[in-house]
Design a protein around this ligand. Structure first.
Ligand code: PGA
Length: 247
């Protein structure tokens, strides 16, 4: 059985004080034995986030990393640095990073490999633009993104990878894919992973992301192939986050 995983992606939001207040508000209220609750926050709050979640089941993560061990990469943060402060997860290849920071499938692949090498679980994002959806390219786009990002990943590590299917046109727009549509693409992504890893693909959790909120999370999570959600906007308010995890 795959444990459902609800992850908040705070993007470029929250100061340290806001982070600590948020954790104090949610920590006693999450039914997080059946569901894995994760928060992916900006670099500047990660150490405090980790400390604030000590003694809880809440897992913590970053939203990006560099694939090199160290070196002349001004402004970047390495996987080892994230591991040092206790990160469990790192989001890789979010569409905003692909779109605004030119992140390629090849770079995502290097990042996934490096995260696994240091013992951080990657949340690998894929998803199509509206144009690609309208041209019926959704499945092919996801296949290429997933296959290229998983190149050379050892079969023994594949269960540590979480995949997030996030149709770009549904992110932050209030538009969600219908849950049936999302389920259909996600079951296809599982076939793609099965093509690479056979039976082991059953251990990989695949989330849906894109305008998930307390009002639609139960319906999304009721789908046969959806193992979780990656939530942006609605993960910022403590009350909403509690409802999302406790769907
Ligand atoms: P959203 O963002 O929930 O605000 O649509 C999702 C994401 O970007 O991960």
């Amino acid at each position: 059985m795959r444990k459902p995983i609800i992850a908040g992606n705070w993007k470029m939001n929250k100061t340290i004080d806001e982070t600590i207040d948020f954790i104090n508000e949610v920590k006693e209220k999450l039914n997080d034995d059946k569901v894995e609750a994760v928060i992916c926050a900006p670099f500047t709050v990660l150490k405090d986030l980790k400390e604030a979640t000590m003694g809880t089941n809440i897992k913590v993560g970053a939203q990006n990393m560099h694939y090199a061990e160290s070196g002349a990469f001004t402004g970047e943060v390495s996987a080892t640095m994230l591991k040092e402060i206790g990160m469990d997860y790192v989001i890789i290849g979010h569409s905003e990073r692909r779109q605004y920071f030119n992140e390629t499938n090849e770079a995502c692949n290097k990042k996934v490999l490096k995260a696994l090498e240091v013992g951080i679980n990657p949340i690998l994002c894929c998803g199509e633009t509206l144009e690609q959806r309208e041209a019926n390219e959704t499945k092919n786009v996801c296949k290429v993104q997933v296959e290229e990002a998983l190149k050379d990943i050892d079969a023994n590590d594949i269960s540590k990878v979480v995949i997030a299917y996030e149709p770009i046109w549904a992110i932050g727009t209030g538009k969600t894919a219908t849950s049936e549509d999302a389920n259909d693409v996600i079951s296809y992504i599982r076939e793609v992973v099965a093509g690479l890893y056979g039976e082991k693909s059953n251990e990989v959790r695949i989330q849906y992301g894109g305008s998930v909120k307390p009002q639609n999370v139960a319906e999304i999570m009721a789908q046969s192939d959806i193992d979780g959600a990656l939530v942006g906007g609605a993960s910022l308010a403590a009350n909403d986050y509690i409802q999302l995890v406790n769907y």
